[in-house]
Design a protein around this ligand. Structure first.
Ligand SMILES: Nc1ncnc2c1ncn2[C@@H]1O[C@H](COP(=O)(O)OP(=O)(O)OP(=O)(O)O)[C@@H](O)[C@H]1O
Ligand SMILES: [Mg+2]
Length: 425
């Protein structure tokens, strides 16, 4: 081999080595690029997964928020409905005295026509001072008042309220975050029922105690009267004749009193049936026509209901009241004008009847005593008329009070429970 040949072989070897090195480098680069692409592809999956997870979390959070909003709306609706529907009165006032809430039952109980939100509770409760004072006390002391019984005196009648006032704190109402929540309900029915039971009990005891004595007394009187009738006045000296007459008259009068009292004191036997009070009140005039003075007027107005009652006793009741009114007017020299007025309170299930006259009226100091047996201001009265009226009213689970009529005379105000429609079986 020539030198030129050796040189060519050397060069070829060098070129071959260079090609080999170059090929290796290219292969290495391609492998590196593939690896890098694979890495890049793997990173994209992670990002996608991350974004899907984020999206999912967002959707769940939004669903939770929607559910919470729905629950808040439902709970607001529920509390709104509770405030609107509860039968007890609800009054919420803030620390400055501003009314925040007075629910419909509260408006009805307090006889408030429009929504008083924003008004001062002291003005709102001006006609109910004990209730106003209870709220003031709670706001001032920050202490609750639990189930306090309050008497609210109205123009015509008194109501009895059961009241609970609780302090509000924790930034719930008003600028200073304080206030009072007052729940009140009308317990007049319960109170009157208790009073009726007490009265029934008293009348029953009175009957038991006195009926025996009155019986004996009447027997004794009958004997004295019998002897006095056996004495012939004409057979006596003239000076003694008026005494015999006097004994007869007195024993007769006393006998009547004792009989009346026994009628009043003995336990009442009632035969109850549905009675329409209106026609019954209108009959009072017919029943008494013969004994009423000429010119007497009896006007029956308003709405009367049906009650469970004893017609005979109720007629006696109207008779006694009309008689009293006429007698009072006559004594005062006034022509009697009597008004029997009915009013139905469906909410309370009662009927109110007042028998009012234009006589001199009953003085405030006598009003509590006129129902006591034997209280009378009339020379020939026995003082049992109104006691019998009260007994009849109580027997009918009703109530009777004395007031003043618009004509300045007496008004005897009766309340009877209405006959509720019977439930169908
Ligand atoms: N309408 C009235 N106006 C004024 N005073 C009245 C009226 N009704 C009752 N009174 C007063 O109440 C008292 C008691 O009345 P009550 O009917 O019980 O007895 P009385 O009428 O005196 O006697 P009687 O037993 O005959 O009825 C009366 O004496 C009278 O003073
Ligand atoms: Mg009388």
């Amino acid at each position: 081999m020539t030198q030129y040949g050796y040189t060519l072989l050397g060069l070829t070897a060098v070129v071959a080595m260079l090609v080999a090195v170059l090929t290796f480098a290219v292969l290495k680069f391609v492998a590196g690029a593939r690896e890098a692409r694979r890495h890049l592809q793997g990173g994209g999956v992670d990002t996608t997964l991350l974004s899907v997870a984020l999206q999912d979390a967002m959707t769940r959070l939004q669903a939770q928020e929607r559910a919470m909003n729905a629950r808040a709306v439902a709970s607001e609706q529920l509390s709104g409905q509770i405030v609107q529907r509860i039968t007890a009165g609800l009054l919420v006032a803030d620390g400055t005295g501003r009314v925040e809430i007075l629910n419909p039952a509260g408006r009805h109980l307090l006889d408030v026509a429009s929504d008083p939100v924003g008004a001062d509770y002291r003005d709102l409760l001006e006609a109910a001072p004990p209730l106003r004072d209870a709220v003031t006390e709670c706001l001032r002391t920050g202490r609750p008042i639990v189930r306090r019984s309050l008497e609210i005196r109205g123009s015509g009648r008194s109501s009895h309220f059961g009241v609970t006032v609780s302090p509000l704190g924790g930034g719930v109402v008003g600028p200073d975050g304080r206030g009072a929540i007052c729940l009140f309900s009308d317990l007049t029915n319960v109170f009157e029922l208790e009073e009726q039971l007490r009265l029934k009990d008293t009348l029953a005891r009175l009957g038991e105690l006195t009926a025996g004595i009155a019986h004996e007394f009447r027997n004794g009187l009958a004997t004295i009267h019998g002897y006095s009738r056996l004495m012939a006045p004409e057979a006596l000296p003239a000076q003694y004749q008026p005494y015999v007459e006097g004994i007869r008259q007195e024993t007769e009068a006393l006998g009547r009193v004792v009989t009346n009292f026994l009628n009043f004191a003995r336990p009442e036997t009632v035969s109850l049936a549905r009675v329409a009070l209106g026609p019954l009140a209108r009959r009072a005039e017919d029943d008494l026509r013969v004994e009423l003075p000429v010119g007497t007027t009896i006007e029956t107005v308003g709405e009367f209901g049906e009650i469970e009652g004893d017609e005979v006793l109720l007629r006696q009741l109207f008779g006694n009241l009309v008689r009293n009114a006429v007698e009072a007017c006559e004594t005062a020299g006034i022509q009697p004008a009597i008004a029997i007025e009915g009013h139905i309170d469906r909410m309370r299930g009662i009927c109110r009847v007042s028998v009012a006259d234009n006589g001199p009226g009953i003085p405030e100091s006598d009003r509590a005593r006129v129902f006591q047996p034997f209280f009378t201001t009339r020379s020939r009265g026995t003082g049992l008329g109104l006691a019998i009226v009260q007994k009849i009213v109580v027997t009918h689970n009703g109530r009777v009070v004395v007031g003043r009529s618009s004509a300045g005379g007496a008004s005897i105000d009766l309340t009877f429970p209405l006959n509720q429609p019977r439930a169908r079986p």
